[in-house]
Design a binder for this molecule. Sequence first.
Ligand SMILES: NC(=O)c1ccc[n+]([C@@H]2O[C@H](COP(=O)([O-])OP(=O)(O)OC[C@H]3O[C@@H](n4cnc5c(N)ncnc54)[C@H](OP(=O)(O)O)[C@@H]3O)[C@@H](O)[C@H]2O)c1
Length: 263
Amino acid sequence: MKSIKHKTIWITGASSGIGRALAIAFSKENAQLILTSRNEKKLNEVAELCKPAKCFVLPADLSETIELSQLVKKAMDCTGQIDLLMNNAGRSQRSLAKETDIRIDRQLFELNFFSAIELTKLVMPHMIKRKEGHIAVISSISGKFGFPLRTAYAATKHALQGFFESLRTELKADNIKVSIISPGRIKTNISLHALTKDGTSHGEMDPGQENAISAEKCARKIVSGIKKNKKEMLIGGKEILLVYIHRFLPFLYHRIVNKISAK
Ligand SMILES: NC(=O)c1ccc[n+]([C@@H]2O[C@H](COP(=O)([O-])OP(=O)(O)OC[C@H]3O[C@@H](n4cnc5c(N)ncnc54)[C@H](OP(=O)(O)O)[C@@H]3O)[C@@H](O)[C@H]2O)c1
């Protein structure tokens, strides 16, 4: 997608963090936006910040899959077409696998994986008909390697990597681009919103998060990558090195992660 101007971009998880920063960044490029998450009040605040760009606020709990086809219909009725779908909504995890209720693992998959692929499957036919479109997903460096206290979260992100990498090969003939974005640590409220073993929110800002790069910087890099039709984006600080260490120096990766305490 070389030019963003006048394109319609649907951002999920637009009320906070990376999604909010993406909405503001895309609005500066004169895009028309659809903003989705559960919190309508916060979405309206983001829409206000995006002015004069046109924003349609479509609140939804993306874990409620029954709603999704209705949501896509509403989005199409509002804008006529979706040029870029940014699958961004997600929650992290802060709990040991041995203590985590299986319902929490499923909850993470429902939001982080199934809602993204269902929305993609509902939007995709419209793009295929036009032989044009771009689908992006916010994965994580946890989609590249395992990390303590993130078993299900890392699994959802590995699953996204597999799905969207495969999808890219299938959609090439239809001229639809697929970008997989893997942030490292970005300064957002993700650790506060992370699910614990019993489904309550972690409620704490992790020190690593506090000192991370800003959501605004992350969003600027994503916008630039989307314009270049980048297939993969790794965004963050020095933690990104772990992706390469895991791939090329696995013994070192094992040494590093074994030192990280799984409290
Ligand atoms: N921050 C990082 O360090 C980091 C690193 C790697 C990957 N990521 C990924 O980046 C994405 C955005 O995270 P963030 O850091 O911006 O965290 P965040 O500030 O907690 O934002 C998460 C967004 O997801 C939305 N959301 C949560 N549950 C939802 C549901 N059931 N239905 C609809 N929307 C829902 C939230 O909105 P509502 O509460 O209004 O629903 C919010 O807008 C996630 O996929 C995350 O895994 C983040």
